[in-house]
Design a binder for this molecule. Structure first.
Ligand code: SF4
Length: 341
């Protein structure tokens, strides 16, 4: 079998490297008067998205924005219509939103932030982040200064984990054009680094609340079961639960090992917490396992529901839905999961 090139790949040093970067981040943030640590993460996200997508956002026609946002909302409300909605969204996203990076010389004003939010809404990929940006009241110049610092430093700490991204995208050049994940799939290296640092920041911000919760759940992506198609997991209110059909399966092992906790398989980030009740929102803390580009959205999705999250990264992408020719086995760092839970 040919060696697989991944868009990102972690190693044993990853958690200590991203921890160092997190320390530097919080040190640098002291020069700004952020209200709290969450506001510093919001500022960084706004600055990075403005840097990457500002030019396209300012160019986005309001009718296209409305059409794409309505389609994304329709898709969330009626998942059974996904195939034909996705086909249409893929065409519109590729034609109007998928543009090569162009340097953005415009000032980030409140009006331009609103345009950026329209762009993010049109992609359908940032829905759990957008409320944070709409309510952001801090000085926008600080978002830019923080982003300059981030762009200067992120490769030093995290570059080795995305060193194959360029080659990966080159090898798969035109793939995902006309598909609904075209923007997600072609994410810039900075967006990988933003999610890595973002997960580290969230882990620190929400740790105290997470520790206080009486119930803990581990949410695993479906790429972690031994064989997606033959998996016999049973559907329950908060996700699928392992029925122990295969001792070689990662989910089997984790479910047995953490038998005091709830373990759910989540087939797609959009379906997570769909069945959550008020008692879940009061009692649960979750450890969410996912691949890099879903980290910030997944963390804020959980936080927006008042469920404090902790994040653990898949060591590399594993599914053919977005990334590979074939499904492979998703892996995580067991020591880190042990520490989190
Ligand atoms: S062991 Fe559990 S998660 Fe793994 S394939 Fe069987 S039922 Fe699915």
């Amino acid at each position: 079998m040919d060696e697989i090139i991944f868009p990102y790949e972690l190693n044993d040093d990853y958690y200590s490297r991203v921890g160092d970067f997190g320390d530097e981040f919080f040190k640098y943030c002291q020069k700004f008067n952020f209200e709290n640590d969450e506001e510093s993460l919001e500022a960084l996200c706004i600055g990075v998205y403005w840097y990457l997508y500002g030019t396209t956002a300012l160019d986005l026609n309001s009718n296209i924005h409305k059409a794409l946002s309505n389609l994304a909302e329709y898709r969330r409300a009626f998942p059974e219509d996904k195939p034909f909605i996705d086909e249409l969204r893929g065409k519109l996203l590729t034609k109007f939103l998928f543009k090569p990076y162009t340097k953005n010389n415009e000032k980030l004003t409140r009006e331009n932030l609103a345009m950026l939010i329209n762009f993010l809404e049109a992609t359908g990929d940032y829905m759990d982040q957008i409320p944070h940006f709409r309510n952001f009241t801090h000085n926008l110049d600080d978002c830019i200064e923080l982003t300059k610092w981030f762009c200067k430093n992120s490769r030093k700490y995290l570059g080795e984990y995305t060193s194959t991204l360029e080659k990966y995208l080159e090898n798969n050049g035109t793939s995902h054009l006309m598909e609904e994940d075209v923007i997600f799939y072609h994410g810039h290296e900075l967006e990988y680094h933003l999610n890595m640092l973002g997960a580290e920041i969230m882990n620190r911000i929400y740790k105290a609340d997470y520790d206080k919760r009486p119930r803990k759940a581990i949410l695993l992506p479906s790429c972690m079961n031994s064989n997606n198609k033959k998996c016999r997991a049973k559907e329950e209110r908060l996700g699928h639960v392992c029925t122990f059909c295969n001792p070689k399966c990662n989910v089997y092992r984790i479910t047995k090992e953490f038998s005091d906790h709830e373990v759910y398989i989540i087939s797609h980030e959009s379906t997570a917490f769909k069945g959550a009740r008020s008692e879940d929102k009061d009692e649960l803390g979750i450890v969410g396992v996912t691949c890099v580009l879903n980290l910030i959205s997944g963390g804020w999705k959980s936080k927006n529901l008042s469920i404090p999250p902790q994040c653990v990264l898949l060591e590399h992408v594993a599914c053919k839905n977005h990334w590979l020719d074939e499904d492979i086995y998703g892996k995580i760092n067991d020591d880190v999961l042990n520490l989190k839970i």
